[in-house]
Structures are given as structure tokens and as C-alpha cells.
Design a protein around this ligand. Sequence first.
Ligand code: FAD
Length: 405
Amino acid sequence: MDFSTTERVLTVRKLAREFLTREVEPIESGIAAHGWSGLDERLAPVRERARETGIFAPHMPEELGGAGLTLLEQAQLSEELGRNLLGHYVFNFAAPDVGNMEVLHAFGTQQQKERWLVPLVRGEIRSTFLMTEPEHAGSNPVWMSTIATRDGGGWVLRGHKWFATAADGASFAVVMAVTDPGADNPYARASMFIVPTDAEGFELIRNISVMGHVGDGWMSHGEVMLHGVRVPDENMLGPSGDGFKLAQTRLGPGRIHHATRWIGVCEHALDMMCRHAATRELSPGRMLGTKQTVQEWIAESRAEIEAARLLVLQTAWKIEQHGEFREDVSLIKFHVANTMQRVLDRAIQVHGALGVTDDTPLAFWFSHERAARIYDGPDEVHKAVVARRILKAYGLDLKSARGDD
Ligand SMILES: Cc1cc2nc3c(=O)[nH]c(=O)nc-3n(C[C@H](O)[C@H](O)[C@H](O)COP(=O)(O)OP(=O)(O)OC[C@H]3O[C@@H](n4cnc5c(N)ncnc54)[C@H](O)[C@@H]3O)c2cc1C
């Protein structure tokens, strides 16, 4: 395996770091005073300048206006961007746009790419992804009520979705809906559609309050009703019945992007932890960092971050070399999310009361990123995927074996 840092990665990381320090950190540090509202407007001119750096939409090919980085290179850049609260959004590398771009690029028709993908890559519009429904367990994605029925030359969508990240202000939604409820294979029952958010019957009911924070724009999570929204045939994304196939394609690299962003969060938190430990006096001349407990937190965090990074880079490398590695992707999903929670928790503890204020990004990350153990599949589901593959090698097939439940 070779995931050494190439010249190109060193260059793009340096470029991103300098840009974020110069252009974004002043906005980031003003969030405590000014709040999260209206960030889209404040960041619009910054995103325009980020586009000129040549590393905007780093995951998209250059001919579309992206930077054309490989998955491994994206992973290493993503960590740099993740150190800043706004880094991924500023460089047009944030969920759900990043996943929607990947799906449109892989499966969109020429017409869909021109209409939706090109402006999305250029950062001129935003998008959202509608799969989860409040009435059904999202961890069992084949169970959904949103239905698309044939109507003349198109489809009519009816359903109720929530946790549609960035729905507020999005121009279109990629929607999962059941098109063939009678299909024997439950994974062949749903299809994906591109639904303009200004279509008649598309209602954003509310931006959901998450951990005491009602975001707007790109920082929101919406509840949406589809009241018989009509879309033409050409708005189906990929073949009919292939919704889950497309969703899986979206989630593989998506989990690499998330995990590397979380490693960036960890690095930022550890840096803050060390600075505070080295400068905070418990009594005149006696630094916090002289306490063995604090030293232990620093050492454990360093070891856990290094291990998490290697695991993610190994997964990105395997995907690049051999295609999808479901077990590895599940491993990094729960492992890195939990590493991040532990490192953030230690960093907050080291900062004392300051750690729970909004004067530093730690409290926001700690509360908001608690969701990392839930979105894109809860820990328990990913652990079951890993254990199932391992136990199969020992002759226990958990798909057919009887368990407690
Ligand atoms: C911040 C955030 C952003 C999100 N963004 C989007 C988005 O943009 N678009 C979208 O469509 N969805 C989005 N989601 C939804 C997310 O994908 C779902 O929350 C997730 O799939 C889990 O579904 P659920 O919430 O319905 O939990 P449920 O499926 O009801 O599960 C509840 C709990 O049960 C346990 N559990 C579930 N299955 C198992 C199992 N097999 N074994 C053991 N325990 C189990 C887990 O502990 C789980 O947390 C987002 C969620 C969050 C929190």
C-alpha cells in the first residue's frame, strides 16, 4: 500500500490552509458573536474567491470545473478543510452537494448534467437529499412510504421526508421514492428523482432544531412534504428500480469525506488541547499540562487520531485500487465518529468552562457532531456489517442464523 503525501497534495493543502486562515477564520471566529444565521450570504463572496484557487469542488473532474483529485488526494485535502468549521462548504466539498454531484456525474444524462450538475459544481446553486422519513426507521432504508406513481409523461411524488440537510435554499432535491412496491427484491423497489424545490407541491415545513440549534441555508436540516409533486420522465436519475444502487455509490466515497473531515476536527481539537495545557496556569508557574491525566489525554488522542487516519487512508486506497469495500467503509464510519467524540470530550474537559462556551468551536462540534454516530447509518448497523463478514469466515451466517431478536 502506498498512501504517501504527493507534491500535489502538499500544494493543495498549503493553498487551502492559507486561504482558510486569510479568508475564513475571521468569519469563523465571529460566529459566537453573530450566530450561524445568514452564513450563506456572508460566505458567497468567499466561495467565489475559493473557486479561483483551482481546488473548488476537488472531487469533480477538471473539465466540469472541479480540481480532479483522486479519492486518496481528496481524503488528505478533506482533513485540512475539516480543521475549520466552514472549510468544506467554502470549497464546495460539503454534504449533501458533494454526494449529489457524484451521483449526477456517474449516472446523470447529458441534459441532467447541464441543467443541474454544472451549476452545482460551480457553486451557483445548492441541493439536498431526501431519503429518511420520520415514520420509518432510516436504518432500514428499503422501508419507506414516499411513492412515485406514473402519470402521463411523468411521475407524481407523494411523501414525507426529514433531515434533508441544506434543503432551505436548495434549488433541487435528489429524492428516493418507491416506484415498484411489488418487486420481489426490496432493493429494486425505489428509484431516484431530481425534484426542483420550486415545483408545485414541494413544501419545506420547517428547519428542524438540532441540539438547540435551528440552522438556515446550508446549515439546516429540513422537514419536507411532497404533496403530489409532478416531474417529467427525464427527471428520473439512473434506471427505474436502481435507487439503492445509486445510493450505495453515493455513500462509499461519502463516508471517506466525512471521516477525513472528522480527523480534521480531531486535529484542531488536539491542537487546542495542547495549547491550553501548555499555557493555562493552575497556580503561578504551574501549568495544566504538568498533570499526568492531561498528558494521558494528549497521548491517547494522538495515538487514536493517527490510527484513525491510517484506517481511512487504507480504505480510500483499497477503493481506488479495487472498487467498493463495504466492510472497511463501515469500519471507518463508526470508528472515526467515536474517536472524534472522545477527542472533543477531552479537549472540552481540558478547557474547563471555556470549553462549553461558544467562544471556541469545541462545543458546537461536540453537540453537532454527536450526529456523526447516527447519520449515514448508526454505529450499530455498521458494526453488524463488520461482524457479519468476520463471523461468516467462521461458518456463522448471520443472515440466516437465529438470534435473540
Ligand atoms: C445531522 C443529520 C443529518 C442527516 N442528513 C440526512 C440527509 O441529508 N438526507 C437524509 O435522507 N437523511 C439524513 N439524515 C438521516 C439519517 O440518515 C438517519 O437518521 C439514519 O439513517 C438513522 O435512521 P433513524 O434516525 O430513522 O434511526 P432508526 O433507524 O429509527 O434507528 C434508531 C436507533 O436504533 C438503533 N438501531 C437501528 N438499527 C439497528 C440494528 N440493525 N441493530 C442494532 N441497533 C439498531 C441505532 O442505535 C439507531 O440510532 C441525517 C441525520 C442527521 C442526524
